[in-house]
Design a protein around this ligand. Structure first.
Ligand SMILES: NC(=O)c1ccc[n+]([C@@H]2O[C@H](COP(=O)([O-])OP(=O)(O)OC[C@H]3O[C@@H](n4cnc5c(N)ncnc54)[C@H](OP(=O)(O)O)[C@@H]3O)[C@@H](O)[C@H]2O)c1
Length: 285
């Protein structure tokens, strides 16, 4: 039985739908059961906040495998993640599949990417059999990088990112969860091409039928332009350094792993935009 965390979200919801298609027994581990997707035959366990170790242990009780979706932005995200891993161990879970980030490292430019490295290390030190899916930036977000004025602003220079569709990450996760032979593997989740934000803006412009441009910022300009949001410094630093990581070339590499796991080529930005006109509706009159 597979416990799926984050099932109320985009990735976890897609993974539980994919597991249901294969008829794999699963339990949706969620905070609010009223928002859980309707998956035939799936158990639902509510009240499962990552900060509540006892609740997480109860939610994992009897599960063989856990699909662990990383938490939303949180100053103490590494502690939350360590608690989830410890709960899985205490519940007797055997395997964990964790959604990490592409350039996870202790000194990666993207400050939130460091959280993923420390989570990976905690999992490696546990008795769990593990697989990491290191996700590049979501391709699905490219249209949302542009505000209503049609301008993408960020300190990404002319760096490239091999952005990846959430559908491809989910399909890869299903293949890993339902299969065997993935212990100790780190899979890099990327799309089929590595794009500058100039190129991504051009593709969104063509789809939306209006000008969409990329205007690079300096790091200081980026921090200043996000300050009015009122978000704390650590969070603004995470947003800003996601672009800086592109500039540093950390997200550029294209990986064959999605195709190896799913048996089909990953989705391109052009294909995603064709199939999801709603994704750029905020840019059309
Ligand atoms: N690669 C990228 O570009 C990128 C971009 C953004 C985020 N991410 C990371 O990837 C993860 C999955 O992406 P997604 O698109 O599926 O995000 P999403 O749609 O926001 O879903 C996140 C899921 O995680 C759950 N969750 C978050 N924090 C939690 C906590 N502290 N305790 C319990 N459940 C928690 C949410 O539960 P609720 O519904 O109860 O909130 C939701 O089900 C995100 O959570 C984030 O860590 C990656």
């Amino acid at each position: 039985m597979i416990a799926v965390t984050g099932a109320t979200g985009a990735l976890g919801g897609r993974v539980s739908a994919g597991l249901a298609e294969l008829g794999v027994p699963q339990r949706l581990v969620v905070r609010d059961p009223s928002r859980a997707p309707s998956i035939p035959g799936a158990e639902v366990v509510g009240g499962s906040d990552y900060a509540d170790g006892d609740a997480m242990r109860r939610a994992f009780d009897g599960a063989d495998k856990v699909f662990f979706v990383s938490a939303g932005e949180d100053r103490n995200r590494v502690d939350l993640h360590r608690g989830v891993v410890d709960a899985a161990v205490a519940a007797g879970v055997e395997r964990i599949v964790y959604t990490s980030f592409f350039a996870a490292a202790p000194d990666t430019v993207f400050t939130f990417g460091r959280d993923h490295f420390h989570t990976e290390e905690h999992i490696k030190a546990s008795p769990l059999r593990w697989t990491f899916l290191r996700d590049n930036i979501y391709l699905d977000f490219m249209p949302f990088f542009a505000g209503e004025d049609g301008v993408i602003r960020g300190p990404a220079g002319d760096g490239r990112a091999a952005v990846v569709a959430r559908d491809d990450i989910a399909a890869s996760a299903v293949a890993v969860l339902a299969g065997e032979g993935h212990d100790g593997a780190i899979y890099e989740m990327t799309g089929p091409e590595s794009l500058t934000l100039y190129e991504a803006a051009e593709q969104v412009a063509q789809a939306a039928g209006r000008p969409v441009t990329y205007v690079p910022e300096t790091l200081e300009e980026a921090r200043a332009s996000r300050a009015p949001s009122g978000a704390p410094d650590w969070e603004i630093e995470g947003w800003v350094t996601s672009y800086a990581s592109i500039a540093a070339g950390e997200l550029e590499r294209i990986s064959p792993d999605v195709e190896r796991l799913t048996g089909r080529p990953p989705i391109s930005l052009a294909q995603f935009l064709r199939d999801n006109p709603g994704s750029y509706r905020h840019l059309t009159p």
